[in-house]
Design a protein around this ligand. Sequence first.
Ligand code: MN
Length: 335
Amino acid sequence: MKLEIREQKTMATKDGSQIIAIEEHYLDIDVDAKVNKMAGGGEKTRKRLLDLGDLRVKEMDEAGIDIQVLSHCPPGAQAFDPKEAQERAPAVNNRLHKFIQTKPDRFGGFATLPTRAPELAADELERCHKELGFHGAIVHGLTEGEFIDMPRFWPIFKRAEALDIPIYIHPGRPHPAVIDAYYKDYVEKYRSILSAGWGFTVETATAGLRMVLSGVFDKYPNLKIILGHMGEGLPFLMWRINHSFGPIIPNQGEMTGFKDIFTKHFHITTSGNFSDSALLCTMMEMGSDRIIYSVDWPYVENTPGTEWLETLSVSPEDKQKILNGNAKKLLKMNC
Ligand code: MN
């Protein structure tokens, strides 16, 4: 089946490798209505986010992406207040599931969670995994101004560990006070300072760091987290962070530092960061078993990502892990 699809298009990888991309977004109609028409990225991006069908598949085929694991773009079900989330969050996930069922060999899903109601979010995570076959969940940026490591959100991590599925920590818009203090002088001329150009990275790297500092991995020692964008800068900063903080968690008599905890619990994707030097740094810090190919479609186009894959100077074994093997293992995909 895969080969037949492949032969109809330009082969993205010369060896015909299967490509699984796991940070690929869409926009649900009810979330769109709730946030009063999603902005960001312009009409071209918006059209693709809303597309669950031909355009999405066409651009996957053109670039050679075999499978997209779909996740809602920010804010997803985090837009719903706890009361409205009870019905609207499951409805969003059910609509995604319905779409995946139309092409189950091309799509998988991450749940969107109503994080403003953490217990409800944990229940929804379980339902989405057990009943809809979703591979985990994605959470975006801040919830009501708070980072996701705060103890009120730990029911989500407790459930994720129990189910042995990962949580993808994805960027969201910086806190208004941060925008005011750090970015406002450049916002008008350079919108990207709040998003992929800089602000998203700072937000999400901070979330990743705070997760380690919070002790959540001591409480839930098998919890698995995914960060996109080649680790949001953290692999590059690993030595310095590790050295500066020193021991973070006293664990069974051994003192555990940032690097030990981060490299045990985090997987990294290549989403929107097709850089050889960033990849090599991440491989050196994390190992090749923890890196998963992703694009960040439609904020980033598919083709530059698969063209980049052709030029990678990594071993064939490592390349297979990055293109599909690590995703299959982490997300328990049978494909
Ligand atoms: Mn993304």
